[in-house]
Design a protein around this ligand. Structure first.
Ligand code: ZN
Length: 85
């Protein structure tokens, strides 16, 4: 009985603290929102923005790695050809 009672109290306390915070701000652009739900939806747009940027960055880095790798391969091939002769 005591354990069940404790659970109820914890649930009620967390609900209370969630409803107390009515104004939330976007940490990216400081825009004000009335609820965490609204902020969450807004955050998704920032997330999509960031992911797109990261994707572009990642692709650029990957291309650079491939380019460097190819250069090394070509150099090794040329060196191998030189060594053979
Ligand atoms: Zn924002």
């Amino acid at each position: 009985m005591e354990i069940n009672h404790g659970k109820v109290v914890i649930a009620a306390a967390s609900n209370k603290s969630a409803s107390l915070m009515k104004e939330v701000f976007c940490k990216y652009c400081n825009k004000k929102f009335s609820s965490y739900q609204a902020l969450g939806g807004h955050h998704n747009s920032h997330k999509a923005e960031r992911e797109q940027k990261n994707k572009t960055k990642f692709l650029a880095r990957l291309l650079l790695i491939i380019k460097n790798h190819l250069l090394i391969q070509i150099m090794l091939m040329l060196m191998g050809m030189v060594a053979k002769h």
